[in-house]
Design a protein around this ligand. Structure first.
Ligand code: SAM
Length: 283
């Protein structure tokens, strides 16, 4: 079965009485090189896939992993997957919404002590929530390799100070090293999305790259710094951290080596962590 062949996909969908569901972001891969390259870059000994669809990427992951667990929300695709993945007994398909899955429990139950890599052609409508769900789960994933909308990858991988840099780039930089691997054209999917895509990989750190007193406050500072993008950092932070006081915040920003009129988009995760440690002395 050639799962990237559009007529084969149509045959499978017709046989099971299925149509592509826009609400689940169903754009299936029809360029055979793409799932191979994603699996080559991201599969580990133990791999978790999000949204297997009809099993195109899953097959490539199965060829490279000891065990694959694939979580699919669409109940209609479950019988399809048991057919297309029949030859791979080490693949387990779970019908669920990945955002509702307790990842710690799933990983412990399905992979015991193994370090897990995540791979997915992500539904675009929930890319950021899925990434945050994975990162905030507390599971020490080895890496997260995902096909996402090009603009999302540009933002996540942007260095501090660049025009694409934002809260998501700074937050992701706290968890791991993000890199863009390759571009994928809209014609590589059926149905073709209206946007171009990029495969990106996040290699997760064993320990955070910066020291903080409170992770929660670090993320509050980042959120505040980018919440009012046209405001200077001191104006943005004085609103949300009024108990510290504008003058003290200005002094802290200057002691970090920046001009007090700097905007949040110039600060790296190291700079934000410095602010957090200084704020912690005042609390
Ligand atoms: N992996 C297949 C491929 O590359 O051809 C399909 C990718 S398609 C872009 C996204 C898949 O994620 C669909 O199968 C869709 O049903 C599934 N999906 C959407 N939302 C989901 C969710 N919240 N949890 C799990 N799977 C989801």
């Amino acid at each position: 079965m050639q799962l990237t062949n559009p007529s084969e996909i149509k045959r499978i969908m017709d046989k099971h009485g299925l149509v592509f569901k826009k609400k689940f972001g169903q754009n299936f891969l029809i360029n055979a090189a793409i799932p191979e390259r994603i699996a080559e870059a991201g599969a580990g000994e133990y791999t978790l896939e999000i949204g297997p669809g009809i099993g195109t990427l899953t097959k490539e992951l199965a060829l490279r992993s000891k065990k694959v667990v694939a979580v699919e929300i669409d109940a209609g695709l479950i019988p399809v997957l048991s057919e297309t993945l029949d030859a791979f007994p080490h693949v387990k398909v779970i019908e669920d919404d990945i955002l509702k899955v307790d990842l710690k429990t799933l990983v412990k139950r399905e992979f015991a002590s193994g370090r897990v890599s995540v791979c997915a052609n992500l539904p675009y409508y929930i890319t950021t929530p899925v990434l945050m769900h994975l990162l905030e789960s507390g599971v020490p994933f080895a890496s997260i390799t995902v096909l996402v909308q090009k603009e999302v990858a540009d933002r996540i991988c942007a260095p501090a100070g660049s025009s694409d840099y934002g809260a998501i780039s700074a937050v992701v930089a706290y968890y791991g090293r993000a890199e863009k691997l390759f571009r994928v054209s809209a014609g590589s999917f059926v149905p073709a999305p209206k946007v171009d895509s990029t495969v990106m990989k996040l290699t997760l750190y064993d320990h955070p790259p910066v020291e903080t007193v409170s992770e929660e406050r670090l993320f509050q500072i980042i959120k505040s710094a980018f919440g009012k993008r046209r405001k200077t950092l001191v104006n943005a932070l004085s609103g949300d951290f009024s108990h510290i006081g504008r003058d003290r915040i200005e002094q802290i920003i200057e002691s970090s080596g920046f001009d007090s009129r700097v905007r949040g988009e110039k600060l790296s995760i190291e700079d934000f962590a410095y602010l957090e440690r200084e704020f912690a002395k005042i609390n």
